[in-house]
Design a protein around this ligand. Structure first.
Ligand code: ZN
Length: 395
């Protein structure tokens, strides 16, 4: 077998199944077979990697990340994308959506065009001779500019815009088909038409940075919104006689919810309520991380503006929380400790669930024959010791 590898694992979480004393056969950039060692024959001459004291899980998928390691993805350069991709791989993340922040139209068009080029080149290369090492950028997430200025969080008020199909069309064409997710505030004039247009182009639509009432949010879910961006953060608060967008997302099982599980953005009791109402199956762990992630305290860029990072907490000059410095490996461990659920139960929130939302569940977020060989190898405390991106060791 050409370019073949056999990874022996103490335990594999696929994540729908637990396989003890398992083996994963990799051929080229894909998984060929997975099963118990007693059932999967390892052909002779294949490189064997011994992880019998480790746990192997699908590489994590981060569908909402602005930057890390001193770089913002809107820089749109190979240097910025590589820095983020390498940082992510060190933390077990193998796929990500390069996420824009609300910025001027020109800057957003430039970022969409450049990021689209990297994404298509990475897709074509099948991992071989990647210009960008580390995690694979699998699409663009446009966060803004169609958000509610009252719930803008760290996004600059001056660049927030009314929902517009012609403007969205411009962004989509600049990105050359690489946009996968649009986050918008569904209560704005024209938002539902933009939502329906985005869905007709195959995008997933997140509702967020929003002051929507329960009814407004429900209308957007009926129109095809797939998930909520970082639930609880930058949203109309939940009140028992005015449950708002949070009430709609918590109770409507047609939508999933992104969660920043860093112990700072959302209190653990609110996380417990989220898991009780939506179940793990409709939970999407995201980092929303920015350029200050993995860096010392100081001032960093988010899109086109400055945020201050102190003790891992990012804030704008006005004091609003602005993205995080968490990584997905830590977010899964946090979810385990906040909910009391097992690692195996929490794992789909960073693997299979985002893959399903993005329509990538045949290739990503699963350890199954035919899927990309995207793997995170963990020690018994669930810290990353090695990452494989499409069959290639990234560390
Ligand atoms: Zn946001």
């Amino acid at each position: 077998m050409r370019q073949a590898k056999a990874i022996l694992a103490g335990t594999i979480f696929t994540p729908t199944e637990r396989i003890d004393d398992g083996v994963i056969l990799i051929q080229g950039h894909r998984i060929h077979k997975v099963g118990r060692k007693s059932e999967v024959k390892v052909p002779s001459g294949v490189q064997v990697v011994d992880n019998r004291d480790r746990v192997v899980v699908p590489g994590f998928i981060d569908m909402h990340i602005h930057g890390a390691a001193g770089h913002d993805l809107m820089e749109g350069t190979a240097e910025a994308v590589s820095a983020v991709a390498n940082y992510l791989a060190r933390h077990g993340t193998t796929s990500f959506l390069a996420t824009t922040a609300t910025a001027s139209i020109d800057r957003t068009l430039h970022a969409a065009q450049k990021l689209g080029e990297f994404i298509r080149a990475s897709h074509r290369s099948h991992g071989a001779g990647d210009k960008i090492a580390g995690a694979q950028p699998v699409g663009i997430h446009l966060e803004g500019p169609f958000i509610n200025v009252k719930k803008r969080g760290a996004h600059p008020a001056s660049q927030v815009r009314k929902p517009s199909i012609p403007l969205l069309e411009k962004f989509l064409s600049a990105a050359g088909g690489s946009v996968r997710v649009l986050t918008l505030a569904p209560e704005l004039d024209g938002a539902l038409a933009v939502l329906e247009f985005a869905r007709s182009k195959g995008l997933r639509v997140g509702i967020g940075h929003s002051n929507a009432t329960y009814e407004e949010a429900e209308r957007s879910i009926a129109a095809g919104a797939t998930h909520a961006a970082h639930i609880y953060n930058a949203m109309r608060p939940f009140l028992h006689r005015d449950p708002g967008i949070i009430g709609a997302v918590l109770t409507d099982n047609r939508v999933s919810a992104e969660l920043i599980c860093d112990g700072i953005h959302v209190d653990r009791s609110a996380i417990q309520l989220l898991v009780l109402s939506k179940g793990i199956d409709r939970l999407l762990l995201v980092t929303d991380s920015l350029s200050g992630a993995g860096m010392p305290d100081g001032n960093y860029r988010l899109g086109n503006f400055t945020v201050h990072v102190a003790g891992g907490v990012c804030r704008t000059v006005e004091g609003n929380l602005a993205g995080s410095t968490v990584t997905l490996d830590a977010a899964v461990r946090n979810l385990v400790s906040f909910t009391g659920l097992s690692y195996e139960q929490c794992l789909p929130a960073a693997t299979l669930n985002p893959a399903r939302i993005l329509g990538l569940e045949k290739q990503k977020g699963v350890i199954a024959p035919g899927a990309d060989a995207d793997l995170a190898v963990l020690d018994r405390s669930f810290y990353v010791t090695q990452t494989y991106v499409r069959g290639r060791p990234a560390l």
